[in-house]
Structures are given as structure tokens and as C-alpha cells.
Design a protein around this ligand. Structure first.
Ligand code: CA
Ligand code: CA
Ligand code: CA
Ligand code: CA
Length: 513
């Protein structure tokens, strides 16, 4: 009788329990972390964040500066584009910056490598100084192959991207990407495994953004050219793409449309994975070309994607721009309604764009902060509730089973249903003993999931046995058995809860398509 009273209390608790809405992600602002204006930032081994701006920095995930070294010769002018950085799996750091020269005579482009042991062991110029060669890129791929890129368009506003493979003391040209770049439209390149991904844009009145990829090495330019894919959502200008490669080969890109930012996704072979690009930000204030500026990053598995966009002030430099953000937990298919981060940044005609870095489901935003006059960092953790039981993975001890969550009724089934760290507590099966028979066997907390009663009949139940209680042996201790009134009551309640927990409205997601 006592057991039944207890059981009914559990039922009552279950009835009163309401699945919590997934908590809205909250940003933490760490303030100014490093000096500089334009920047690039990537995640390296041991979750270090590597930043190049006017100096080179390594930060830990909390924003503490661990390495701070001189970089370059003050090459950053107000109209310059950002430097570029790549970090290899071996910990090597690769940086491309401008290094002297002039707009009239052309800029010198410099490549430096920082050896994993910390010494700078490569330092040379590459490419040809021309008027508009100031957008640079760098990628690291297995081999290792380090690829360098430089924009190149002489007296025209249109031009090519010249690609190189970095050697110990010089860079070898490996081909040009023709006509996919415009002087004020930026491009980006990233490596993954033995692949290189590249995005670029031509922001004419009917502009196009390009995605291409290829194998690292001498055929890269040829392969990228053969794989070029156009993105032309919306109307008007399109340009300023960003690209982020997750750990399983997903390639995430954002690009600006006319006062908009779109998201697109490819695999590392170039196949497009979404049926149409997604409009993530709309109605953005722009700069002189009215093209949205953005950054993107994704979790290691690629299901969580975060994007930021600049809501510019419609001036030439977008010097007073609000930072907006949005996120997706389903691989960029649907997106949250954009929100204002409450931070003011300087668009700098695309040259002071923010960067996003992902560490698991935690994202770091590095951006120029107008109020702090430096590069600031902000962080957000996007909690994912894969089984949609109302508890994100960080709180849910089994995010693949929607009947297991904090506060669930503890059933005699060999698993910790309520996530309190104990298995089948209250089931009445004492510890110790081995194989004496049903209901008095070993401790299910350590016994795992027996596959037959010959294991000793402990309270553990293999889920494959079926049912909430399945072949639970706890009936000997007074727990409900299949077919009993209590069993069906609890089952009905649990099933009802499952029904109620599933609505997608539990997540504060907007759907923009
Ligand atoms: Ca969950
Ligand atoms: Ca769960
Ligand atoms: Ca438990
Ligand atoms: Ca249990």
C-alpha cells in the first residue's frame, strides 16, 4: 500500500511537471580583449583562439591573452581589408597581411609562419604589387598544404584571385581564379582535411557570390574553377561572403544581399545541402553599396549555426553599426528571429568585419567595439535539446531519450530516468547478491543492462525488452508490472507528456525562408 501511495505521488508530480521552455541563449560580454581594428580569428588546437589584427594573439576560451606578439609594420589603414589567419592541426600559425607599398604602386603582401614551437620560421612577400591586391586569404590543409590568396585587379574594379602554395622561403603560383572577385567585395578561404573552400563575390548591381572548393595542392585553382557555384538569392547587390568549415565537412557560408544576409550550406565536395539559401537578416542598414556584412560559425557537428550581421548606418564606412545575431539548431534550415546584441561596431566598408569562432556549441564573437576602442569578445552557448524533452544536452543525462530528463519518474528499468545520478533508486532491490533471483540481484546502478534473467535478475532492464517497465523484475518489490493499473496510469501519463513535450514551439525559433 505504501508503495502504491508513493507511486501515486510520483504520478502526481509527473502530472504537475511542465516541460520548461528551452532557455533563450544569453550572451556574455568579456569586453576588450586585444588591440587592433580589422581582424581575423580562428580556433586552433586545445581550443585556443588565434587572432591577427595589428598584432598576433592567442587567447584561451575565456578571453585571457596567452600569447601577444608583434606583427607587421602598421599596415592597417582605414580603408584596408583585414589580414587572414589559419592554424594547422599541428599548431602552426599562418598569417597573411599587407606590408608596405601604396595604393598607387601596389601593396606588398606578406606571409609569415609561426612554428608550433613558437618561433616565426617563414617570412616573405608573395605575389605582384598592384593597385588592388589588398584582400588576402590563407588556408591550411593536410599534407600539409598552406595556400595563400591575393586579390589582383590592377586598374579595374574587377579582378582575379591569385592562388599560391606556400613553401619554406617562397610561394609558388598555382593559378588564378578569374573574374569572381570585385575590389570592395572581399573573399575568404578555409581548409579542412585535404580540401580548401573559397567564397568570393562580385557586388555589382546584380551581383553574384561564388563558392568553390578543391583538393589542396597544385590543382586547387583548376578544381575551384570547375566547381564554382553561384549564389544569387534576393535582388540587388550580393557580396561579402564569410565561410566556416565544421569538423565533419559541413561548409557554412553567409553573404550579403541588398540590405540582407543569406545563409547557404555545402559539403566539402561542393554539393549544396539546403534547398535554397535562407534569408537570415533583412532590412539591414547598409553602407555605400547597401550590402549586408556578416560572419558565420558552426558547431563541430554542424547542427548549431550562429550568424552575426551589421545593421549599418548607411554611411560610406558604416562607422556606427549595430551588431545583430541569429542562430539555427538544425543545420541552418530554420533560424531564430534576429536580435540586437546592443553593441556598436564599425563596418569600415567591410574591412572591420566581426569574426565568429565555435568551440563545440559555444561561440565566440570577436568584433571591433566602438565604445571600447579595441577588439572585444562576447560568448554565447547554444543549448541543443535533441530529444525535445525540454532539457538541453547540458542538463539532460540522455539527450537521445525523451523519457529521460531531470524530474522524470524513476522507473525500475536499469537507467537513471530522472538524471539524479542514481539508477532505479527506490526500487527496493538491495545492493549485493548475485543471481539469487528476480528482484534481489546485484546493484543495477553498476550492473548495466542485463540481457537475460540468467544474469541474476537484478532490477536492470534492457530497453530492448520493451515498454516502460518491460521485463522489469521489480514487481517483487512492489513496483507496477505490465498490465497493472499503476503501470497503465504511469504509461498513459508518460505518453501524454511525450506528446506535449514535442511541440516545436518549445524552442523560441522563428522560421525564415
Ligand atoms: Ca533533451
Ligand atoms: Ca532526455
Ligand atoms: Ca535516478
Ligand atoms: Ca530507472
Amino acid at each position: 500500500m505504501l508503495a502504491r501511495t508513493t507511486r501515486l505521488s510520483i504520478v502526481g508530480l509527473v502530472l504537475c511537471w511542465v516541460a520548461p521552455a528551452a532557455a533563450a541563449p544569453t550572451w556574455t560580454f568579456q569586453g576588450k580583449v586585444v588591440e587592433g581594428g580589422q581582424l581575423d580569428a580562428v580556433r586552433g588546437p586545445n581550443d585556443r583562439i588565434h587572432i591577427v589584427s595589428s598584432r598576433y594573439y592567442q587567447l584561451d576560451a575565456s578571453g585571457t591573452v596567452l600569447v601577444d606578439e608583434a606583427q607587421g609594420d602598421g599596415w592597417q589603414g582605414s580603408l584596408d581589408f583585414p589580414p587572414a589567419i589559419a592554424v594547422g592541426a599541428d599548431g602552426s600559425v599562418h598569417i597573411v597581411t599587407r606590408h608596405g607599398g601604396s595604393f598607387a604602386n601596389g601593396h606588398n603582401i606578406r606571409y609569415r609562419r609561426r612554428h608550433p614551437q613558437g618561433n616565426w620560421d617563414r617570412d616573405y612577400l608573395f605575389g605582384t604589387p598592384v593597385k588592388r591586391n589588398y584582400v588576402v586569404g590563407v588556408s591550411w590543409s593536410e599534407g600539409p598544404h598552406v595556400h595563400l590568396g591575393s586579390s589582383h585587379c590592377g586598374t579595374q574594379i574587377w579582378g582575379d584571385i591569385h592562388l599560391f602554395e606556400a613553401g619554406q622561403s617562397s610561394a609558388t603560383p598555382i593559378g588564378d581564379l578569374t573574374g569572381i572577385w570585385r575590389a570592395d567585395a572581399d573573399y575568404r578561404m578555409r581548409g579542412l582535411a585535404n580540401r580548401v573552400m573559397l567564397v568570393s563575390g562580385v557586388c555589382d548591381p546584380s551581383g553574384t557570390v561564388f563558392f568553390g572548393c578543391g583538393s589542396a595542392g597544385g590543382t586547387l585553382a583548376t578544381e575551384i574553377t570547375a566547381s564554382l557555384h553561384s549564389h544569387t538569392e534576393g535582388t540587388g547587390r550580393r557580396a561579402f561572403p564569410d565561410v566556416y568549415v565544421d569538423h565533419v565537412g559541413g561548409v557554412h557560408m553567409t553573404y550579403g544581399g541588398a540590405n540582407q544576409v543569406y545563409y547557404a550550406r555545402h559539403d566539402s565536395e561542393g554539393n549544396e545541402l539546403l534547398n535554397g539559401d535562407r534569408l537570415v537578416f533583412d532590412g539591414l542598414g547598409g553602407w555605400s553599396l547597401q550590402t549586408g556584412l556578416s560572419a558565420v560559425a558552426a558547431s563541430d557537428g554542424g547542427n548549431v549555426v550562429v550568424a552575426v550581421a551589421l545593421d549599418g548606418d548607411n554611411s560610406e564606412l558604416a562607422a556606427d553599426s549595430n551588431l545583430l545575431w541569429a542562430y539555427s539548431t538544425n543545420g541552418g534550415d530554420t533560424w531564430s528571429i534576429p536580435a540586437d546584441l546592443g553593441k556598436n561596431t564599425h563596418g569600415g566598408a567591410g574591412r572591420r568585419r566581426p569574426r565568429l569562432v565555435a568551440i563545440g556549441n559555444a561561440f565566440r564573437l570577436l568584433y571591433w567595439d566602438n565604445g571600447l576602442s579595441g577588439i572585444a569578445m562576447a560568448s554565447v552557448l547554444i543549448e541543443v535539446d535533441d530529444d525535445e524533452d525540454g532539457y538541453p544536452a547540458g542538463l539532460d543525462c540522455d539527450d537521445t531519450d525523451d523519457s529521460v530528463f531531470p524530474g522524470a519518474a524513476e522507473l525500475c528499468n536499469g537507467v537513471d530516468d530522472n538524471c539524479d545520478g542514481e539508477i532505479d533508486e527506490g526500487c527496493g532491490a538491495p545492493d549485493g547478491g548475485s543471481g539469487a533471483g528476480p528482484g534481489e540481484g546485484g546493484n543495477p546502478g553498476t550492473g548495466g543492462t542485463p540481457t537475460s534473467s540468467s544474469d541474476g535478475g537484478q532490477g536492470g532492464d534492457n530497453a530492448s525488452n520493451g515498454g516502460l517497465y518491460g521485463a522489469c523484475h521489480c514487481t517483487a518489490a512492489g513496483r507496477p508490472s505490465p498490465g497493472g493499473v499503476g503501470y497503465w496510469l504511469v504509461t498513459a501519463v508518460a505518453l501524454g507528456l511525450r506528446q506535449r513535450r514535442r511541440p516545436t514551439s518549445a524552442c523560441p525559433r522563428g522560421v525564415i525562408d
